[in-house]
Design a protein around this ligand. Structure first.
Ligand code: NCD
Length: 305
């Protein structure tokens, strides 16, 4: 029995395998429609979500399985004081696999320790979000043909953005990757990611607060939302929230084949005028999340088409 709490719980070979399965699902969806017959996914979401929860649920339905769902911590026994550990133990009696999102860093790991079925971390506070990274990786693979040799710009809230932390870890395992970390000073990538991932592996990166200066060298631009819910004080959020707004004018300096990603939801970071640009991949990215979650559910349940 195996859980996925961090993207590094999956080897690069396994990620390659998940991408291959996702591509096959896209090409031959009918082949997969009964793979999870009689299996149940439990989605336990203690924080808001649209894409992650619904794509997990759609993934299980498209594999022929069933879903039981807790969409609001306030309506569950968590509001009576039940621990994550007890909840996970109990839900293991009802479901074959659990996807869990929680505002506390480490909550999914705690759940996995007491669950007797696989637990997938669907976001733990400002820490990590491995299945968003699977969506990001499939998108980069489809748009750029692979990962090696890319210069990847990460822009916005690199401090609290859990999708950024997981993506940096995942991409750092491929050849000749470079990062440009674009953020205001207050929202820089945490030291634990810089020290444990970038410095330890001698991955080249630079930090800047100017998106304009970085634009021309990027193969991938990963925009992010300023994570309001993680701020201690609303004034700081209001001051930083619109620090980067991608517009068609800003894109004039970009490569003609740069891929623009965003985990979504966006607030103001990408003007809607960018949506029709062929480089805008963020809606395709949201669609890709479902296929990678289908591939992951099958892998963790040991099922094949
Ligand atoms: C992200 C998250 O929840 O961390 N959303 C998502 O899962 N697609 C990004 C965000 O909320 O900004």
């Amino acid at each position: 029995m195996r859980s996925v709490i961090d993207i590094l719980d999956l080897s690069t070979d396994e990620i390659g395998g998940l991408i291959a399965v996702a591509e096959d699902i896209i090409a031959n969806p009918a082949k997969y429609e009964n793979v999870c017959r009689c299996k149940k996914l439990a989605t336990l979401f203690f924080e808001p979500s649209t894409r992650t929860r619904m794509s997990f649920e759609a993934a299980m339905y498209e594999l022929g399985g069933h879903v039981i769902s807790m969409t609001d911590g306030a309506s569950s026994s968590a509001s009576k004081g039940e621990s994550v550990s007890d909840t996970a133990k109990i839900v293991s009696f009802y479901a074959d696999i659990i996807a869990m999102r929680h505002p506390k860093e480490g909550a999914a790991l705690v759940a996995a320790k007491s669950a007797s079925v696989p637990v997938v971390n669907a976001g733990d506070g400002g820490h990590c979000h491995p299945t968003q990274t699977l969506a990001d990786l499939l998108t980069i693979h489809r748009e750029k043909g692979g990962f090696s040799g890319l210069t990847v710009g990460l822009c916005g809230d690199l401090k609290f953005g859990r999708t950024v932390h997981s993506l940096v870890g995942a991409l750092s395992r491929y050849e000749d990757i470079k990062f440009v970390l674009i953020s205001p000073d207050e929202l820089r990538l945490p030291d634990y990611v810089k020290d444990d991932v970038l410095d330890r592996k001698s991955i080249p990166y630079k930090e800047t607060s100017s998106l304009d200066d970085a634009m021309g060298e990027l193969d991938v631009l990963y925009m992010t939302r300023v994570q309001r819910e993680r701020f201690f004080n609303e004034e700081d959020y209001l001051r930083l929230k619109d620090c980067y707004i991608l517009t068609p004018e800003k894109l004039r300096g970009a490569k003609s084949d740069m891929a623009i990603l965003h985990p979504l939801p966006r607030v103001n970071e990408i003007s809607v005028a960018v949506d029709d640009d062929p480089r805008a991949c963020y809606f395709r990215q949201a669609a890709n999340g479902k296929y990678m979650r289908m591939a992951l559910i099958m892998m963790l349940l040991g099922l094949h088409a």
